[in-house]
Design a protein around this ligand. Sequence first.
Ligand SMILES: Cc1ncc(COP(=O)(O)O)c(C=O)c1O
Length: 450
Amino acid sequence: MSDLLHDAADRSIAYLDSLPDRRVSPSAEAVAALAALNIDLPNAPTNPGTVLQRLDDIVSPATMAMAGGRFFGFVIGGALPATVAASWLATAWDQNTGLYNTTPGTAVVEEVALRWLVDILGLPAGTAGGFVTGTTVAHITALATARHVVLEKVGWNVEADGLIGAPPITVITSAEAHPTLYKALGVVGLGRNRVVKVPVDSQGRMRAGAMPRVDGPTIVCVQAGNVNTGAFDPTGEICDYAHDAGAFVHVDGAFGLWARASKDLEHLGEGIERADSWATDAHKWLNVPYDSGVAFVRDGDALRAAMAVTAEYLPTRSERRNPSDYTPELSRRARGVEVWAAMLALGRDGVDEMVARHCRQARRFAERLTAAGFEILNEVVLNQVLVAFGDAERTARVISAIQGDGTCWAGITVWQGRTAMRISVISWMTTDEDVERSADAMIRVASATI
Ligand SMILES: Cc1ncc(COP(=O)(O)O)c(C=O)c1O
């Protein structure tokens, strides 16, 4: 075990050390070499050292350098050193973090991490929550709770009796809601298509004035951080309107919720604390390893009513918080350990500095690309930059050439009918030098592409 784990550490360190100099996207040769994995399962065992060596030799070169400082795709972060190290230790502990009685250590770490998160994100004191795989599952968790709350008000027990025959629930979203929200609505039986969509403005913000009349059991879903523009829905205004009519308000804050951790940016999320539930990712702006999302719910009793499980063989009876009372899963890894490690390593000031730095770096990208004659399609209010290099065909060709060049990586999107490259600055590793080097490459490649 000892030699093997030292070997794993050496290989991991060599990989991370190679990131500043290696190309961001894997080469075509490295991807082609993955064919070597495609063997039939051997009958005989393989030495664990050989297993690790094969993984490193074949797969490491074929990875996208998402852990590095010049990957700007998908609004995902890297993994801070303290979180990689904490993750290794927690993997060695192998704690099935469902019940306080059997895994008190990780249960308490998660309790503390949750309290710190509620504090740093400016959510109401006492807000409950659970550590899940990502925002998609955080939506499922929160929407299952929302379903419980709005149906309980009309005398229906959805956990016991399901949705068949239940009073109908109206779901209101913005026309710009993220696709995973619809997926979650489908999973919890509220339907992907039975949704009232509120129109948005030029930045993708819900128009509060266009909200429909709210009547009967209703769930309103708003967004803090549009996946293209980074814009925020006017959440405070929508909460006031929805709450007056007894509705439940859920916030998709997959990355945007983290703006509340920065003094310079907290104005963007004005009123978010007045909502009833929130979904976010720690594997985005907090820069912890995958998979790490968090579901927050103001009413902890309602979250427990939707999620708790008991069985004779489970030691669930405890005065302390049982993590599995707050998540869809019973068995799971202690993913809150990395969240705790990130916050302790950065401190309140470190999180503030990181989020603010990324937004400053996004503005620098916009400045450089504008000065080079390219068009920025969004108001750069957060860490998102949308750039068009001419018409749709030319923009797509330039994006493909930038990805192929290997200096950096950013993805393609369509924003209100315009094809654009989407730059998301969100990795702890991104230095100002990475930004200049990446902007140089983008401008060089775009200028050379017909
Ligand atoms: C606004 C928004 N909502 C939801 C999600 C889904 O998050 P996850 O992939 O962690 O499930 C994302 C991911 O990019 C997002 O940006």
